[in-house]
Design a protein around this ligand. Structure first.
Ligand SMILES: [Ca+2]
Ligand SMILES: [Ca+2]
Length: 196
C-alpha cells in the first residue's frame, strides 16, 4: 500500500516536472521571438547631390556615392587640378529617408574611399556631417593609401528621426605641401539600429 502510494506520488512529481519544463521552454521561446522581432537595422544610402559645393572632379552619374561601384561613379581630386587644393569641397550629399517610427539605438556613418596612394598622409579628405543645426567633422581618410570602408558612430549628432532624415555630408580636400589630389570617395550610407 505504502509502496503504491509512493509510486503514485513519484509519477505525479515526474509529470509536474515535465509540465514546468514545457511551460518554461514555451515562455522562453516567446520572449526570444519578441526580442528578435523588435530590433531592426536599416541602411540609408546616399540618394542626392545638390552641388552646393562643387570643387571636386566628378565621374559619370550623380549622386556618385549611392553605391560602391568604383571605377564607375565617384568623386575625386585631379592631380594638381580640380579638387586637389586644400579646402576644396564637394557636396552636399543627402541620404534616403526612413519612416519616423521606433526608438533609435545607434546611428553609424560609413564611407568608402581612399587618400592619394603615394602620399596618404599629405593628400586625403575629411567628411563633414550636418546634424540639423551645425556641420561637424566626423571622419578623415588620412593614411588610407588603398580603398577602405571607414565607420564612425554618429548617434550623438543624429538622435532623432528628423535629424536622420535631414542628414547630409560634404567632403573637403586636405593637402599638406603639394596639391597632388588623387583622393577618391565612392560610396556613403547611414546604418540605423532601432526598436519598435
Ligand atoms: Ca534624407
Ligand atoms: Ca559610387
Amino acid at each position: 500500500m505504502t509502496r503504491n502510494a509512493n509510486s503514485v506520488i513519484g509519477a505525479l512529481f515526474i509529470l509536474l516536472s515535465i509540465s514546468i519544463t514545457v511551460v518554461c521552454a514555451f515562455v522562453y521561446e516567446q520572449r526570444l521571438q519578441n526580442v528578435t522581432q523588435s530590433i531592426k537595422n536599416t541602411q540609408l544610402w546616399v540618394n542626392s547631390f545638390d552641388a552646393t559645393r562643387d570643387q571636386w572632379a566628378k565621374k559619370n552619374i550623380s549622386p556618385y556615392l549611392n553605391a560602391q561601384d568604383f571605377p564607375d561613379n565617384y568623386v575625386y581630386g585631379e592631380t594638381r587640378g580640380v579638387g586637389s587644393n586644400d579646402g576644396d569641397q564637394i557636396g552636399d550629399f543627402g541620404f534616403e529617408d526612413h519612416s519616423q517610427t521606433g526608438t533609435i539605438n545607434s546611428v553609424k556613418l560609413r564611407v568608402y574611399g581612399r587618400a592619394r596612394p603615394a602620399s596618404p598622409n599629405e593628400n586625403y579628405f575629411s567628411v563633414y556631417l550636418w546634424d540639423g543645426s551645425t556641420w561637424n567633422q566626423v571622419m578623415d581618410f588620412r593614411g588610407q593609401h588603398s580603398f577602405v570602408w571607414k565607420e564612425v558612430d554618429v548617434s550623438s549628432y543624429l538622435n532623432t528621426w528628423d535629424k536622420i532624415n535631414g542628414a547630409k555630408i560634404y567632403l573637403e580636400t586636405e593637402a599638406i605641401g603639394e596639391n597632388w589630389g588623387r583622393q577618391i570617395c565612392d560610396a556613403a550610407l547611414l546604418v540605423v539600429d532601432y526598436e519598435i
